[in-house]
Design a protein around this ligand. Sequence first.
Ligand SMILES: [Zn+2]
Length: 149
Amino acid sequence: MLCEMCGKDVAVPTMVKVEGTVLALCGDCSRFGTAVNPPAGAVLPADRPGRPGGGTLDDRLRTESRRREERDLFQELPDLELVPDWPKRVRQAREKLGWTPEELGKRLNEKKSLVLKLESGGFRPPDATVRKVEHLLKVRLRANPGELG
Ligand SMILES: [Zn+2]
């Protein structure tokens, strides 16, 4: 449409109040008045509801969760460490209960292959799994670093 002041053809005119009258003006002329009803483009994307999150927010969440993991690791380390023969302890405790690797896996909500990997020492389980195994088999797999001699 055409600028109501200079007649220039503008795709998106700016609504500007000039001396009490709202006019649709081009960018050049809009500075002669006060802009009213800012165009949609002036609203920050982040303030629009229902829009998939921008990269900025995702990045921040990723960074925060990474920071949390690092802090958790740091807190775990000084307390308890897996004993050197923990894979053997898992197998012995399981056999004492008469459970097959499959059965232990089921109770851990894990695959049988993970149990076998645990018992061969080929997989360092996350602390949550270690705690579950200890609880299920009633066996200690961790010790204070001082106890490990
Ligand atoms: Zn103009």
